[in-house]
Design a protein around this ligand. Structure first.
Ligand SMILES: [Zn+2]
Length: 182
């Protein structure tokens, strides 16, 4: 789902800061994906693993729009359900570069601000100015360029074992995000 209001507040603040830093380089981004339900995570996991009709059936069940076969065949995640992704806990978001017309651009070679650098990597590089924010662009295996997360020192196994960042449980009680983790 979209909306930084569904993220754990320190992560929402980091997402907003990333967009602000990008705008100082005359780059525009949009946050496309924040908190994920189990149904959403399962649909994304099916990408590249299941035929397009199965992917789209899972996407429909999760309330997500259908995709073309090429996108259904593209790898999206190695997390088979929401408990295995930082997205499931409101600790991760994905972003997309916007072109001059304000349309999403997945062209990772785009240079919309015409400074001779690839915009996608410029924005990913800005994460190092935001304490605690990690970009998936720098992962050695399966880099995930649109993905950013804040782990608070917790691995996915720690999260599955019930550990949470300080203030997380209070946030869930107060803000009641549409979270699917039991
Ligand atoms: Zn992500």
């Amino acid at each position: 789902m979209r909306g930084t209001d569904k993220l754990f507040p320190p992560v929402a603040a980091a997402a907003e800061l990333l967009a602000q830093h990008a705008s100082t380089l005359k780059l525009r981004i949009q946050i496309t994906d924040t908190l994920r339900t189990n149904a959403e995570q399962r649909a994304l996991y099916a990408h590249s693993r299941e035929p397009a009709d199965k992917v789209n059936a899972l996407r429909k069940a999760a309330g997500m729009p259908a995709v073309a076969p090429a996108e259904a065949a593209a790898w999206r995640t190695d997390a088979s359900d929401a408990t295995r992704s930082y997205h499931g806990y409101g600790l991760a978001f994905d972003w997309v570069l916007l072109d001059a017309q304000g349309r999403a651009s997945y062209d990772t070679k785009a240079d919309t601000n015409m400074d001779g650098q690839k915009d996608w990597y410029q924005v990913a590089g800005l994460t190092r100015f935001i304490p605690g924010l990690e970009s998936g662009a720098y992962w050695s295996s399966k880099p995930d360029l649109p993905h950013c997360q804040m782990t608070f020192g917790l691995t996915p196994a720690d999260l599955r074992a019930g550990h949470r960042p300080p203030g997380w449980k209070e946030w869930v009680l107060a803000a009641r995000p549409p979270i699917d983790i039991q």
